[in-house]
Each structure stands twice: as C-alpha cells, then as structure tokens.
Write a protein that binds this ligand. Structure first.
Ligand code: HEC
Ligand code: HEC
Length: 408
C-alpha cells in the first residue's frame, strides 16, 4: 500500500470510530429515567444511570432520538431539578428544617472534617483554614476564613451541605450540617458553646465581615460616562508630553550614542582625566576615600557636565523626582542624595538591603553611588530598583553632578 493510501485508510477508520461514538452518546441521553428517583442521592442522579442493555437495544433498533431541540435528550424531571436546586439565600430561603448544636457539631467535625481542617477548624497543612484570621483582610497576606471573610452564613451552610466532606460530598443530613456549621461559628468565636443553629436561629447570626462587601453599582455610576458620543477632535485644551517611553531604557539605542561610546572605551586614561577635570572634588572623591569628602557644592560643578547629567536623568525620571516639592514615585525622591543616608526617605518602602544599610547608618558616598548606578543589582543585592545601570562612566559622573545641584 502506498503511503497516501495508508493515510486514507486511517482517516476512514477514525471517522467510523467517531460515528459509532456519536450514536452511542445519543442513545445514552434518550435512555429512560430510572423508576424510583426519590431513593437516589443527587450525585447518583447526576451520573448517567441507564443500563447498558438499553443502549444496545436502542442502537440496534436504529431509532432516531427526537425529544430535545437538537433531536437528543429529554427534559429534566422535577425530581432531578429539585435534587440540584439546593442553594440557600443569605436570608435563609432554601434552608431545610432542622437544627444542630455546637456540642454535636464538635463530634461530627472531628469525625468528618478535622483530618483536613484541624480539630478547631484552624486548618491543617495546606488544607484551608476555616477559623481565625480576624483583622488580617487589609494585610498583604490576608487569612480568609469563614469567620474573617465570609459575609453570609448561608454560604457556609450551602458550601458544607453541597461539597463537604471533600471526596464524600452530600453525605451529611441537614441536622448534621447545622451542627457542623454551628461548630465552625463557635471556632470563630461568633457564637457561644451552648448555641444551637437551626433554620429558625439562622438569621440571628451576624457574620463579622457582613459589611465588608459592596454592591457593584458600576452600571449606574460608571457606564453612563462611556455611552455618550466619544470626543474625536480637540478634546483637550492643551497637550503636553510629560514622559517618553525611551527613558525606561527598554529600547537599545544604536546610532550616535553607541558611536560616541566607542572612543571612551579605547582611551580610558583620558576619560578619567576628563572626568576629574570636569567634576573637581567629585571625581577626586570617586578615586579616593569618598566618605571623607564633603558633599560637593553645586557652584563647584561644571555647567556642561550638569547639563549632560540632566539628559541622563531622563532615564531615571519615570521613577525618581528631584527639585522643589519632589515626591516619591516608584523610587524615592533624590534631593541631596550625595551624602544622604541610604534608604533614609521616611514613608518610602525600601527593599531589605536598603533597610539594612539604613539601619547600619550607611550613607551615599560618591563611591557607593557610582558603583550603584553602574550595576544596581550587584552593588545592592536584592534591590528593587529595576534599572540595568548606566554603561558609560561619564554618564554616571554627569548624573551625579546633576543630582548634586539639588539640596536636601
Ligand atoms: C479530605 C480533606 C477534606 C475533608 C475531610 C473536608 N474538607 Fe473541607 N475542604 C477541603 C478542600 C481541599 C477545600 C478547598 C476546596 C476548593 O477550594 O475547591 C475545602 C474547603 C472547605 C470550605 C471552604 C473554605 C474556604 O475558605 O474556601 C469549607 C467551609 C469546608 N471545606 C468545610 C468542611 C467541612 C465542614 C468538612 C466536614 C464535613 C470538610 N470541609 C471536610 C478538604 C477537605
Ligand atoms: C524603574 C524605576 C527606577 C529607575 C528607572 C531608576 N530607579 Fe533608582 N530607585 C528605584 C527604586 C524602586 C529604588 C529603591 C531601591 C530599593 O529599595 O531597593 C531606587 C533607589 C535609588 C537610589 C537610592 C535612594 C535612597 O534613598 O537610598 C538612588 C541614588 C537611585 N535610585 C538613583 C537612580 C538614578 C540616578 C537613576 C537613573 C540613572 C535611577 N535611579 C533609575 C527605582 C528606579
């Protein structure tokens, strides 16, 4: 057989298998409902229960299913719908009659739930905690439990009734669910040990986080703003460019810039000399012990170098501000940075290495600043400043000269 013929053969084989499956599936759905639905649990009801013999008979007879809109299936029986329709509303609608005490709940919880959720509903290993976590919702790592987070008791009742114990869902009687939920409430200090939860006492319980959710009112408050005619011309009085994407340094800048860098790499000696001539005390500081140097006065710096530094600072501006009224952005404001304490801006959340340096009373000497701006991640391991560093030493000198003109 040629290669292509073999291919056809397998395609036809595949179609045959698919067709057979389709016929089988169709029959499965027209199978008669079992006689006594009342004796089945909802889960049994959900599973296809038609006897295999029925399938074969229907397929052999070649009957076309016709009940449903697509020619398959049948309408769900009221009993089947009732078995799934067990949701409980926040006001208690849908609760079956029944009751259970904290005391009974403790036993039942211990038998059915504690292996995963802990004896006191405090959780075990990685299984969910059902109790505790008060006042943690505003934390970075909130502990969301039935007690700390769930606004409605109906959610707890419904959840336990519908889906727990994990792996053996819907095996509990309503009275058992009432007792277990009462125990979960008790574990969260929401009810006393002598409390009995029932369909009647249900609405007495107020969950601690009942007021913690808001109703989504955006259809009334926000959508109208977006449904009017959009403005397409002259929509703003004046347009101002406040920032350019290039300052983030995400696009490699080939061209003039790169060419200019070339000679400085080849003549490092000259470079250093130039830098020291330009920056006076600053460059000297870099070469010698910077800590001993006083912060350079703005007047001593070279205006050209400062101007060059202002340009370099465009790479920093998306995260840092300087000057009058400078505020923290995603990075701290940098006024008076030379000689300033490392990580010393109050109210700014620094990374750990910065906090440690601050704790040790370390300051931004010219030397440290230079090293940091060249390779931030190496100079301060663990810094959250996501900036790759300045490649050219003269850029670093320039930006430091520029920054030096802003007093603290
Ligand atoms: C075999 C382990 C296991 C057992 C036993 C078990 N659960 Fe769970 N329970 C889980 C898991 C897993 C989840 C999370 C399910 C998910 O997120 O889909 C959970 C979730 C829950 C939640 C919701 C927690 C939340 O904050 O989202 C409640 C309430 C709960 N279980 C109650 C119970 C009760 C009551 C019992 C005993 C009748 C029980 N569980 C038995 C494993 C278990
Ligand atoms: C993407 C944002 C971002 C860019 C771009 C950026 N920085 Fe930063 N910078 C930060 C963050 C965040 C910190 C705080 C570091 C930490 O806590 O680890 C920081 C810290 C600093 C510090 C220390 C401040 C202090 O209070 O201790 C200096 C100095 C600094 N940056 C200078 C610069 C310079 C100069 C540039 C441009 C060449 C620049 N940064 C570019 C985000 C940025």
């Amino acid at each position: 057989m040629s290669k292509s013929l073999k291919l056809y053969a397998s395609v036809f084989g595949g179609i045959a298998v698919t067709l057979t499956l389709a016929v089988n599936m169709a029959d499965r759905f027209v199978a008669e409902a079992p006689e006594d639905l009342r004796s089945l649990t909802p889960l049994e009801l959900a599973a296809p229960t038609a006897p295999a013999g029925g399938l074969v008979a229907a397929a052999e007879a070649g009957e076309a299913p016709k009940d449903g809109p697509l020619g398959i299936g049948r309408e769900a029986l009221p009993e089947e719908i009732a078995a799934w329709n067990l949701d409980v509303s926040p006001n208690g609608t849908g609760l079956p009659p029944g009751s259970g005490s904290v005391e009974d709940g403790e036993m039942l919880f211990s038998e059915n739930c504690a292996s995963c959720h802990g004896e006191f509903a405090e959780g075990s290993g990685n299984w969910p905690k059902l109790a505790g976590g008060e006042d943690t919702l505003a934390n970075k790592d909130p502990v969301k439990t039935v007690g700390s987070y769930w606004p409605h008791l109906s959610t707890a009742w419904d959840y336990v009734h519908r889906s727990m114990p994990f792996g053996n869902a819907q095996s509990l009687e309503p009275d058992e669910v009432y007792a277990i939920v009462a125990y979960i409430l008790y574990s969260n200090f929401i009810v006393d040990e002598d409390f009995t939860l029932s369909n009647e006492t249900f609405s007495e319980v107020v969950m601690p986080n009942a007021g913690g959710f808001i109703v989504d009112d955006r259809p009334e408050t926000e959508y109208p703003q977006w449904t009017g005619e959009p403005c397409m011309t002259d929509c703003k009085d004046s347009v101002e460019i406040t920032m350019r994407a290039t300052v983030l340094d995400v696009t490699p800048d080939h061209g003039n810039d790169e060419a200019a860098a070339e000679p400085s790499v080849e003549t490092p000696g000259e470079e250093v000399e130039l830098a020291s001539a330009d920056t006076g005390t600053e460059a000297a500081g870099i070469a010698t012990d910077a800590a001993a140097e006083p912060a350079p006065s703005p007047a001593a710096a070279d205006p050209e170098l400062i101007a060059a530094g202002e340009k370099v600072f465009k790479k920093c501006m998306s995260c840092h501000a300087v000057g009058d009224g400078a505020r923290n952005k995603s990075g701290p404001e940098l006024n008076g940075i030379v000689g300033r304490g490392i990580g010393s801006i109050e109210g700014f959340r620094y990374s750990k290495p910065f906090e440690e340096a601050h704790g040790a009373g370390e300051t931004w000497t010219l030397e440290r600043l230079h090293a940091f701006l060249e390779k931030p991640k190496e100079a301060m391991k663990g810094t959250k400043m996501s900036f790759p560093g300045l490649r050219k030493p003269e850029d670093i000198d320039a930006v430091i000269a520029y920054l030096s003109t802003f007093a603290e």
